[in-house]
Design a protein around this ligand. Structure first.
Ligand code: AMP
Length: 278
């Protein structure tokens, strides 16, 4: 496995892989890798085939953070991340710092203006501009044929698919289902920042969403999910919404596939989860 820290090094290294038959598949991450990320790597390896290459990027992207305390507190266990990548058979890790990714006077941003309006986009202004900008840069730097994303961040996945569609980006987008702990909590790098008490309480998010979606009407579903989460004094809802699975706009009736999505704070740690409502 090779580890590179600048776009120039990455390009040079990937020239060596250029002549090899098979696809180059990128897995963009912010590190603090867990089993969910490793499922993405597995999917990438399948898509790349034995002759292809798997590139994992590890970059805590400052321009997608709306709070500097969240950016600073984001875990960065680089040595263990590299070990996990090595064990998972990753070919190349691209781990730049912010200075290697952005000019100090950068003035171009990729902006999606419809799907990114609500949910995490409304709660975290500028977040998806930061995501689209870094993901497009990573696609260009890696020259990947395909890239793997997690359904856990379903709004991010929808926004990236839209960016690829609207800008004719020649990268196939592959998705992996959400990987959960045995108690239902969606795996997240942020889980490591929960106290023991918060960690024990956090599975209620998924439980509340799953129980609520079994109900009939929109108002009942939202009320039940809210009650299930707010039953804990530790949990504070950032948003809780029932949105159309395709447009991500809030729904008032359940005539099409929908998604019940929540962002919940435990202290200053913000967790997201969602379930599909058929
Ligand atoms: P992150 O490092 O949190 O930016 O995540 C990098 C990629 O891993 C994104 O495509 C996420 O959607 C995906 N991911 C994170 N957690 C999970 C999970 N629990 N299950 C599946 N994919 C995940």
């Amino acid at each position: 496995m090779q580890v590179v820290a600048t776009g120039v090094e990455l390009r040079e290294l990937l020239m060596e892989y250029g002549g090899v038959a098979g696809r180059r598949v990128l897995v963009p991450t912010m590190g603090a890798l867990h089993h969910g990320h490793l499922e993405l790597v597995k999917r990438a390896r399948e898509a790349a085939g034995p002759a292809g290459s798997v590139v994992v990027s590890i970059f805590v992207n400052p321009i997608q953070f709306d709070r500097s305390d969240d950016l600073e507190a984001y875990p960065r266990p680089m040595a263990s991340d590299l070990e996990q990548c090595r064990a998972a058979g990753v070919d190349v890790v691209f781990a730049p710092d912010a200075g290697a990714m952005y000019f100090s006077d950068r003035s171009v941003t990729v902006s999606e203006s419809l799907l990114s309006r609500g949910l995490c986009g409304a709660a975290r202004p500028g977040h998806f501009d930061g995501v689209c900008t870094v993901v497009l840069k990573l696609f260009l730097l890696s020259g990947c044929h395909a890239a793997v994303f997690g359904e856990k961040d379903f709004q991010q996945l929808a926004v990236i698919r839209r960016m690829v569609r609207d800008l004719d980006v020649p990268v196939e987008i592959l998705a992996c289902p959400t990987v959960r702990e045995s108690d239902g909590l969606a795996m997240s790098s942020r889980n490591a920042r929960l106290t023991d008490k918060q960690r024990a309480d956090a599975p209620r998010i998924h439980r509340a969403l799953t129980d609520a979606m079994k109900l009939g009407g929109v108002a009942d579903i939202l009320a039940a999910a809210r009650a299930g989460i707010e039953a804990s004094p530790l949990a504070r809802i950032d948003y809780l919404e029932l949105v159309d699975a395709e447009t991500l706009q809030p729904v008032t009736t359940l005539t099409r596939p929908a998604v019940l999505a929540a962002a919940v704070f435990y202290g200053d740690v913000r967790l997201i989860d969602h379930v599909a409502v058929k």
